[in-house]
Design a protein around this ligand. Structure first.
Ligand SMILES: *[C@@H]1O[C@H](CO)[C@@H](O)[C@H](O)[C@H]1NC(C)=O
Ligand SMILES: *[C@@H]1O[C@H](CO)[C@@H](O)[C@H](O)[C@H]1NC(C)=O
Ligand SMILES: *[C@@H]1O[C@H](CO)[C@@H](O)[C@H](O)[C@H]1NC(C)=O
Ligand SMILES: *[C@@H]1O[C@H](CO)[C@@H](O)[C@H](O)[C@H]1NC(C)=O
Length: 494
C-alpha cells in the first residue's frame, strides 16, 4: 500500500514539475515573442507538449493532410516486372492545384533495374534529368549522326534531351541500378509519353501508327514481315526491361566511356550536343557547390555551372546527414525543390504563410475557375508544417519557405531536383553564414524587442555552418532536448 502511495505522490510531483516547467518556458518565450503572433501555438511546441517525439507517432498524423509530403504510396506503378520497375508521382497539381501551379509542368519518377537487365530504346516528348542513386550502368544515346555511351554510377547526373533515343544497361551482376528522374514535358504541361520503336508487353511500337503499305515501302520489306515486326497482340512479349546475358552486356557496353574521361570531349565535332549529353558526377566535379562538415554533406549542381542543366534551369542536389544532425534553417530564393528520400528518416519542418485548407474541395466545386477567384489570405498566419519523411518518400520545398531537416538514428540521404534554379541563392537563417547576423544590432533590438546583450548573441551563438548537431551538448548546453526548429531559436540559453 505505502509503496503505491509513494508512487502516486512521486508521479504527481513529476507531473507538476513538468507543468511548471512548461509554464516557465512559455513565459520565457513570451518575453521575446512578438505579442500578436502564434500565441496559441507556442505552448504546444514547448518541451512538454510538442507533438511527435522519438516514436514519430504525432508526426505521422500531421503529415497525412500535408500536401508537401508525398508518401511512398503516392507513386503509381508505371511499369513493374521481375526485371525492375518504373514508378511515377501523379501531377503535383492533382494534390494541391493552387500550391503547385508553379511546378505543374514537372513530373518525378523512380527507376530500378535488376542486375543484368536492359531498358529498351525509346524517346520521350519531354526533357529530363536523371540522377543515379545506386549501382553501375551504361546509358547510350543514339541520333542519326552520333552514338555515345557512358558508364554511370552513384552521383552521376545525366541529361536526356527530348526526342533523343536512348537505352540503358545495368552492368552490375549483384546490385540493382536505381535512379530518379525529373521530367519536363514539351507538348502538354505535366503530360508526356514514351515512344518505343519496338513493341513490348504493354507498349505498342510507334510504327503501328502507320499503314502496312507505308511501312513496307519505307523499309523496302514484305508486308508480312512488317506485320510480324511491329503489330501483333500487345499483351505478349517482354516488358520494357529485359534480361541480357553477360556476353550481351559486354557487347552493349564496349564503347562506353566514363564521364570523367576528358579525352573524348576535345575529339568530338558535335561539341554542343556532346557536352550536353555527357554525364557528370556530383561528388567529383569541381563546379558542384558543396557544404560539408562533421554533421553533413551537401552537393549541388547549379544550372549556371553545367551546360546539361542550363536551358532547363534545373539544379540537382544530394544531401547526406549523419544521424542526429540538423540542416540549419534556410530558404531558397527562387528554386522549388522536389526531394526524394534515399535513406533513413528525418523530421522536416517548414514555415508556410500559404494556407492549403480546402484546396481539394475548391478544385471540385470550381473546376473552371481554378484558383483565379480565390481570395487572398491576409491573415499573416504562418503554418507550421511538420512531417516525418522516410526512405521512398518525396517532399516539396517551395521557394522562399524557411525549412529545416533533422535526421534520426541513421544517415539521412536525400536527393533533390531544383526547379527554376537559375541564379538562385540559398539563405541560411542560423549558423555562421546567417543573413540575420548581418542585421545591425539596433535593427535586431527594435525588430525582435530584445535588449542589446541578447541582440548581440541572438544570431551569432551557433558556431557551425549549414549542418549542426541537434543536441546543444556539443556546443555549450545545459539540457538535452528533442531536436526541433524551435530549439534553434530557443532563448533559454541566454
Ligand atoms: C557491383 O557492385 C558492387 C557493389 O557496389 C561492386 O563491389 C562490384 O565491383 C560491382 N561489380 C561490377 C562488375 O561492376
Ligand atoms: C553518407 O555519408 C556516409 C559517411 O559520411 C557514408 O558512409 C555513406 O555511404 C553516405 N551515403 C550516401 C548514400 O551517400
Ligand atoms: C543569371 O545571372 C547572370 C549574371 O549575373 C546573367 O547573365 C543571367 O542572365 C542570369 N540568368 C537568369 C536566368 O536570370
Ligand atoms: C564557439 O563559440 C564560442 C563562443 O561564441 C567560442 O568560445 C568557441 O571557441 C567556439 N567554438 C568553435 C569550435 O568555434
Amino acid at each position: 500500500m505505502t509503496m503505491t502511495k509513494k508512487l502516486v505522490i512521486t508521479l504527481l510531483l513529476l507531473i507538476s514539475i513538468a507543468f511548471v516547467h512548461c509554464l516557465a518556458f512559455h513565459v520565457e518565450l513570451e518575453e521575446f515573442e512578438p505579442p500578436q503572433q502564434e500565441e496559441q501555438d507556442v505552448p504546444r511546441r514547448g518541451p512538454g507538449g510538442r507533438p511527435g517525439g522519438r516514436s514519430g507517432e504525432g508526426w505521422q498524423e500531421e503529415s497525412t493532410e500535408f500536401p508537401y509530403h508525398f508518401g511512398k504510396r503516392s507513386f503509381k506503378n508505371w511499369f513493374q516486372s521481375n526485371e525492375g520497375f518504373v514508378k511515377m508521382l501523379p501531377k503535383f497539381t492533382k494534390r494541391a492545384p493552387n500550391l503547385f501551379r508553379g511546378i505543374e509542368n514537372y513530373r518525378f519518377a523512380l527507376f530500378e533495374m535488376e542486375p543484368n537487365t536492359f531498358l529498351v530504346p525509346h524517346h520521350l516528348d519531354a526533357d529530363s534529368v536523371v540522377l543515379v542513386l545506386q549501382g553501375h550502368g551504361v546509358v547510350e544515346f543514339v541520333t542519326d549522326k552520333t552514338k555515345e555511351s557512358f558508364h554511370v554510377t552513384k552521383g552521376d547526373v545525366v541529361r536526356l534531351p527530348s526526342g533523343v533515343t536512348h537505352y540503358a544497361t545495368n552492368t552490375n551482376q549483384t546490385v540493382p541500378l536505381r535512379f530518379v528522374k525529373i521530367i519536363v514535358p514539351v507538348n502538354n504541361p505535366g503530360q508526356f509519353k514514351d515512344y518505343f520503336p519496338a513493341r513490348s508487353q504493354f507498349q505498342q511500337s510507334y510504327f503501328t501508327g502507320f499503314s502496312k503499305e507505308v511501312l513496307s515501302a519505307s523499309f523496302n520489306i514484305p508486308e508480312e514481315l512488317v506485320g510480324r515486326l511491329f503489330s501483333g497482340s500487345q499483351q505478349t512479349g517482354q516488358g520494357i526491361m529485359r534480361r541480357v546475358s553477360p556476353d550481351q552486356i559486354k557487347e552493349l557496353t564496349k564503347h562506353a566511356t566514363s564521364p570523367s574521361n576528358k579525352h573524348k570531349e576535345t575529339k568530338s565535332k558535335h561539341k554542343d550536343t556532346s557536352t550536353k549529353l555527357r554525364p557528370f558526377n556530383l561528388f567529383t566535379q569541381d563546379s558542384v557547390s558543396t557544404y560539408t562538415n562533421d554533421f553533413g554533406h551537401f552537393h549541388e549542381a547549379r544550372p549556371e555551372s553545367f551546360d546539361q542543366l542550363q536551358d532547363l534551369r534545373i539544379a540537382v542536389a544530394w544531401t547526406n546527414m549523419s544521424q542526429g544532425s540538423l540542416f540549419l534553417p534556410h530558404y531558397n530564393s527562387k528554386t522549388t525543390f522536389v526531394t526524394f528520400v534515399e535513406n533513413g528518416c528525418a523530421r522536416y519542418e517548414m514555415a508556410s504563410p500559404y494556407s492549403f485548407q480546402g484546396e481539394q474541395q475548391q478544385q471540385q466545386w470550381w473546376p473552371e475557375q481554378g484558383g483565379e477567384e480565390e481570395e487572398e489570405d491576409m491573415s499573416g498566419q504562418v503554418h507550421k508544417i511538420v512531417s516525418r519523411v522516410c526512405k521512398g518518400d518525396v517532399f516539396i520545398i517551395p521557394a522562399g519557405h524557411p525549412v529545416t531537416l533533422v535526421s534520426h538514428n541513421e544517415n539521412f540521404v536525400s536527393v533533390g531536383f531544383g526547379i527554376h534554379a537559375s541564379n538562385c541563392t540559398r539563405t541560411f537563417l542560423a549558423g555562421q553564414e546567417n543573413v540575420l547576423s548581418n542585421l545591425d544590432t539596433v535593427a535586431t533590438r527594435v525588430t525582435f524587442g530584445v535588449g542589446s546583450k541578447v541582440a548581440e548573441k541572438l544570431f551569432t551563438s551557433q558556431n557551425y555552418s549549414y549542418f549542426a548537431p541537434t543536441t546543444r551538448s556539443h556546443q555549450q548546453t545545459q539540457e538535452k532536448r528533442e531536436p526541433s526548429f524551435q530549439s534553434i531559436f530557443s532563448f533559454a540559453g541566454f
